[in-house]
Design a protein around this ligand. Structure first.
Ligand code: PGA
Length: 259
């Protein structure tokens, strides 16, 4: 936070968010059992979120007893309805009980060719439906090795964030692509550098208040053994967790590591 002294004093107002991205995993029975275990064990001090595959959202939402854990989607379409076979509108997610949606995850960008412009329009659709958008950015290994990390993330933020975001309707997730599902995590120094850069970018574009209030998550092989170190980094406001969110014990241990 060195380069953003003006906003550092607002960090205490950001409630950490521990978000589970289940990706394409889970049966109805497994999902309900996992949801109940997470709900029962939810520690205080952070917000918990589960993002199941779309068809599992209704049973997951129904399994939650209330209040402790939020539900989110993993993607949405930019249109409100219409001829888009296989897609899901943000308003449908909201109606199914979601409060959040992950957008521009690197697997969506890679598997479905999602561009920054598309992510921006999906983010606008999410906001129009009353959802909090978790907008993902992150560099590939080639970009990191080429010294392009900060420039790449800057351009993704520039292109993916609509002009009218607020600290309440948007969360940013920094996920180095090379750390996702690989067991490799970025070093604490690298994470701190990127998070400081992201918050500085946000401050330049949206002002100090928004930059001080918006949550910026780290994602990429976060697990119980490294969560405390990652979550303690100044400017890291929680985690976006893939593999380790599929085991209640691991997900809850990460949540319990929030400072
Ligand atoms: P991982 O996935 O925790 O399995 O690395 C993180 C993500 O893709 O959000």
């Amino acid at each position: 936070m060195q380069e953003n002294e003006g906003i550092s004093e607002m960090t205490t107002t950001r409630t950490p968010l521990i978000a589970g991205n289940w990706k394409m995993n889970g049966t109805v029975a497994e999902s309900v059992a996992l949801t109940r275990a997470v709900d029962d064990g939810a520690p205080g001090g952070c917000e918990l979120l589960i993002c199941p595959p779309a068809v599992l959202i209704p049973p997951v939402a129904a399994a939650l007893k209330g209040g402790n854990v939020a539900v989110g989607g993993q993607d949405c379409h930019f249109a409100g309805s219409g001829a888009h076979t296989g897609d899901i509108a943000a308003v449908m997610l909201a109606e199914a009980g979601c409060g959040y949606v992950i957008l521009g995850h690197s697997e969506r960008r890679a598997d479905h060719g999602e561009t920054d412009e598309l992510v921006r329009s999906k983010t606008e659709a999410a906001h129009a439906a009353g959802l909090i958008a978790i907008v993902c950015v992150g560099e590939t290994l080639a970009e990191r090795d080429g010294g392009e990390t900060l420039a790449r993330i800057g351009s993704q933020l520039e292109g993916s964030l609509p002009a009218a975001i607020t600290a309440a309707n948007t969360v940013i997730a920094y996920e180095p692509v090379w750390a996702i599902g690989t067991g490799r995590t970025a070093s604490a120094a690298d994470v701190a550098e990127v998070h400081t850069h992201i918050r500085g970018d946000i401050e330049r574009r949206f002002g100090a208040d928004l930059a001080g209030g918006i949550r910026i998550l780290y994602g990429g092989s976060m697990k119980p053994s490294n969560a405390a170190e990652l979550l303690a980094i100044d400017g890291v406001d929680g985690g976006l967790i893939g593999g380790a969110s599929l085991k209640a014990e691991d997900f809850l241990a990460i949540a319990a590591s929030c400072p």
